[in-house]
Design a protein around this ligand. Structure first.
Ligand SMILES: [Zn+2]
Length: 397
């Protein structure tokens, strides 16, 4: 799909134009008119019209600034902090609830430990408790979230979830029943992570596509098109690529899946059976721990396996750019050596042609990724007023 900025104005409806303007504002946090026009590929006159409309809708805020040069802009525009979304995320063995503005910041966070293999009925019980606490918080403040998203691992549209073998129809009906008028989307954790990266300014909009891989409790990837619609990104459950026939048992029921070798859980086992403190995201502490436990070569071997799997994935998907988040980002030197070695063993062509980068680990940030995905869906849908723009076709995923 083409990035919004490449679509001609004539192809855009009002919803699309509002979406392009809001996305440009959101990506620059506080933007000036000319910059919005450039980013959204619209004339300044069109941007002015849309901004007036968004101002009336209470969607944007303007603050006066001293013109940086004669005739320069005298106001910066940001998305109103009063517009809020809700995010629910199942990650790090916990169910998190969040509420926040479109920037993805979490003003409200509530987390419940739920363990690694949550049954659907238990999810529903935990969700009911969490949503009751969240409702109390928003009611006290008179907040009405405009969009919600649930990010879960293993979610593949139209296919069985290998991690959470739940009844998808029951899940959609449950959410609709509990959330009433609040539109909600279900997405894969890695697609939500891609939204988090974009709104945190870590994913420049005009870039070529790259494979984004997240290595946490699970391992998943998605092909990120710079500036493209995130909700069209397809998740790849690369963690369930079998790399050793009859190998280690995986939570999906198969044996020898990549995840069983390189997940955070597998790392914790190597590092003496205790959980890694992921929330601190402290590179130095983890490197020190690896050095102390004398298990560097074992971790190196596991990262080579990750490289082999990535090489296999790149043989199928045409890109030579890979960005990795999650725990390997905390050991970037070791991870780069090992992954490049693995790539060399599986990639057709020169491993040196692959541009490998490590990005912010973003571990333990749940439910921020779900909040960012909800914000993306709200903006992509033209930031509808309640009962305003047509929402036909926006069915729960
Ligand atoms: Zn598996």
């Amino acid at each position: 799909m083409l990035p919004a900025a490449n679509q001609s104005l004539s192809n855009r409806n009002r919803k699309g134009t509002r979406a392009a303007v809001l996305e440009a504002i959101l990506l620059s946090e506080s933007a000036v008119r000319g910059e919005i026009a450039r980013q959204a590929n619209l004339s300044e006159a069109s941007v002015s019209r849309i901004l007036s409309e968004l101002r009336v809708d209470g969607m944007i805020e303007e603050s006066r600034i001293a013109a940086p040069y004669a005739g320069g802009p005298t106001s910066v525009i940001s998305v109103s902090k009063d517009i809020r979304v809700a995010g629910f995320e199942l990650a790090n063995d916990r169910l998190s609830f969040g509420v926040g503005p479109l920037s993805g910041a979490a003003e409200y966070v509530d987390r419940t430990d739920v363990g690694p293999r949550l049954a659907q009925a238990d999810f529903e019980l935990h969700f009911d408790e969490g949503i009751a606490r969240m409702r109390e918080w928003i009611d006290e403040r008179g907040i009405v979230p405009r969009r919600a998203a649930l990010a879960i691992p293993g979610f593949l549209p139209g296919r069985r979830n290998p991690i959470l073998p739940w009844d998808s129809k029951r899940l959609a009906e449950f959410l609709t029943d509990r959330l009433g008028d609040l539109p909600v989307d279900i997405t894969n954790s890695v697609v939500a992570q891609a939204a988090l990266r974009r709104y945190a300014g870590q994913d420049p909009p005009e870039e070529d596509s790259h494979l984004f891989l997240f290595v946490g409790h699970g391992v998943a990837g998605t092909l990120v098109h710079g500036g493209g619609a995130i909700d069209s990104f397809r998740p790849y459950e690369i963690g369930h690529m079998v790399i050793e026939r009859g190998g280690r048992t995986c939570r999906c029921g198969h044996h020898g899946c990549l995840e069983a070798y390189v997940s955070l859980g597998a790392m914790s086992q190597i590092l003496g059976g205790t959980e890694l403190d992921i929330s601190a995201g402290d590179s130095a502490a983890i490197a020190a721990r690896v050095a102390k436990t004398n298990c560097g070569s074992e971790i190196h071997e596991r990262l080579v396996l990750l490289g082999v799997a990535v090489g296999n994935a790149l043989n199928l998907e045409v890109t030579n750019r890979v960005r990795i988040g999650g725990w390997p980002s905390l050991l970037p030197d070791m991870a780069r050596d090992a992954i490049m070695q693995g790539l060399g063993e599986s990639l057709l062509g020169e491993a040196s042609s692959v541009q490998l980068d490590f990005v912010a680990p973003a571990l333990g940030a749940d439910p921020k990724a779900a909040l960012c995905f909800a914000a993306h869906r709200f903006v992509a849908n033209g930031a509808p007023m309640v009962g305003g723009l047509d929402q036909a076709g926006e069915a729960v995923a």
